[in-house]
Write a new protein. Structure first.
Length: 322
């Protein structure tokens, strides 16, 4: 709270490159939407690239660690006036910045009533902010889960508030090994998203324990620290910024491999949908998918965008280090 509320006043104050690693190319749709966001909201934002999934029209989205609200105001435009975006952040000063500009953005977007709200609270305890079970289509998070000491609690709460078929789409920092006590207690490395980084294999085990489908890796980029003193403390450990998607697949919906065809029509991805590193779906092209991916496509908001037929290769998608 102190680091993000007082010590950092703008993104240029960050001491490492962890929070400025770009995720994937930005579409024109998103670039245009970013142009409409208030300059103070952008300047006080410390996220890692952009965390914007596809197929968002009319969705209810929760942003964990929403900071000054940049991603929330971006998503506000993409879900449309019938959609809704909730932001929650533990830093009161950041939440105040986000709330201050609600009227400005609704006027800018031409909305009659706000489709965004912001809460001061903790992502490990969403119930304290009044967030109900199965109330969101998507939970996003942009490089903040590493700041939570209890990652399992964060994923458990995200799973609870997601509707059946809902998705957790999030970027975070991961480590190539479990971190030493020295690193984990370093104040700057914690504030800069490195000391709290999860060992990447632990994400898979925690996701399974909570009930999510196996993580789908979307993008990953190495993180350079750029500070000799901090590099010396970190030693041989490597860090990556990675975006994963997890789905709350309803029990009993996994029925074997399938042949799927993307019908097109997702705004900004009409001809091709890059789902993750293993699956890219081109409009009208038949793709063999494993039982897990078939269940995801059939139970999620993507269902009406795909034709799913029996058959398909029974090959599991590879799980590898990001």
């Amino acid at each position: 709270q102190d680091y993000y509320g007082k010590e950092l006043q703008k993104s240029e104050d960050l001491k490492t490159n962890a929070c400025i690693t770009s995720a994937r190319p930005i579409s024109k749709l998103v670039r245009d939407a970013l142009e409409h966001i208030h300059e103070e909201v952008v300047a006080r934002y410390y996220g890692c690239g952009l965390v914007i999934p596809e197929c968002l029209t009319s969705c209810r989205i929760l942003d964990l660690g929403s900071g000054s609200g940049r991603d929330c105001y971006l998503l506000s435009q993409l879900v449309g006036e019938q959609g809704h975006v909730t932001g929650i952040d533990m830093t009161e000063g950041q939440v105040e910045v986000a709330k201050k500009h609600i009227a400005y953005h609704m006027d800018k977007f031409g909305y009659r009533k706000p489709n965004v709200e912001f809460f001061h609270g903790y992502m490990e305890k969403l119930g304290d902010a009044g967030l109900a079970d199965e109330s969101y289509d998507i939970v996003i998070s942009n490089c903040v889960i590493n700041l939570a000491p209890d990652k399992r609690a964060v994923l458990q709460e995200a799973f609870r508030v997601l509707k059946p078929g809902g998705e957790m789409y999030f970027s975070d920092v991961y480590a190539s090994q479990r971190l030493s006590e020295t690193i984990r207690k370093h104040r700057v490395l914690w504030g800069e998203c490195l000391a709290g980084a999860l060992y990447w294999r632990d994400l898979y085990s925690i996701a399974e324990e909570v009930g999510f489908s196996p993580p789908c890796l979307v993008t990953a980029s190495p993180i350079t620290i750029g500070d000799k003193e901090l590099e010396g403390i970190v030693g041989s450990c490597c860090f990556v910024s990675a975006t994963y998607r997890l789905f709350k697949v309803p029990a009993g919906s996994r029925a074997g491999p399938r042949r799927v065809t993307y019908n097109g029509g997702i705004v900004g991805h009409e001809r091709e949908l890059v789902f993750d590193v293993n699956f890219t779906f081109k409009e009208g092209e038949v793709v063999n998918v494993d039982a897990e991916m078939a269940a995801i496509l059939q139970s999620s908001r993507f269902a009406e965008k795909f034709l799913v037929q029996a058959g398909g290769a029974n090959a599991a998608a590879p799980q590898g280090c990001c």
